[in-house]
Design a protein around this ligand. Sequence first.
Ligand SMILES: Nc1ncnc2c1ncn2[C@@H]1O[C@H](COP(=O)(O)OP(=O)(O)O)[C@@H](O)[C@H]1O
Ligand SMILES: [Mg+2]
Length: 238
Amino acid sequence: MSFKEKCNTGIRELDEMLIGGIPRGRTILVEGPPGTGKTILALHFLVAGILMYPKHPEPGVLVCLDESPNDLIREANAFGWDLQRLMELRQLIIIDAFSGRLGLKPDLPFAVPVGKFSTDTVMSRIVEAQQDIKAMRLVVDPVSALLDELEGEERRKAVLRLSALLSRQSLTTILTTELEKAGVGVERYAAHGLIRLTYKEADTKVGRRLRIVKMRETMHSMDIIPFEIGKKGIELKV
Ligand SMILES: Nc1ncnc2c1ncn2[C@@H]1O[C@H](COP(=O)(O)OP(=O)(O)O)[C@@H](O)[C@H]1O
Ligand SMILES: [Mg+2]
């Protein structure tokens, strides 16, 4: 597949495993227990879209649901990613869908205000943000937090509305989710691809592992790859 059909992830070895990257316009789920590196993987993807193609950057939108955008910006800084600058360049919009839920006044323009949190509000913010910077990439981190308050049929419908919106907007999307959360099956069903991050305990050390569980429309590696999180983010030990 050509560059046009695949969207790089910013992690070279992962792109090789995916024979070029994620199929464009599709939604993939990155699942794993807390701390495995889901948010960092998603940041690689957003930053790569902007910085790896200086002539034709692919702007991105990040919906931040489980931590404050300021914390996220600080964490990203540790890997050399200056999200603040990317926002100033209008290549990145962070939607603060976190502060309002805690009753705190968000300080970013594309926030979900106090008392207004719902799947539909978040979805309309995504559309506004996408139109504002002509975004091509989207991350919802974690999608489980978006669906937390919904159950059964209502939850299923929200997932379907979200996936319909994403394919209509032709965004290449990474949704993250924690493995243990109930109802994850629905998100998994709606996603075109699934990447799983896990811990593996050895005698005195815990290692991280990455595996592509499924990826429609493309061949991919079936290997289980150890990885580390280092100064530059995720490093696969292929
Ligand atoms: N600057 C850093 N250098 C090395 N490792 C880090 C750094 N920042 C975070 N980590 C590692 O990454 C983990 C968090 O990754 P994250 O992507 O936020 O996990 P998740 O989103 O899956 O909960 C931390 O538990 C820590 O082990
Ligand atoms: Mg996270």
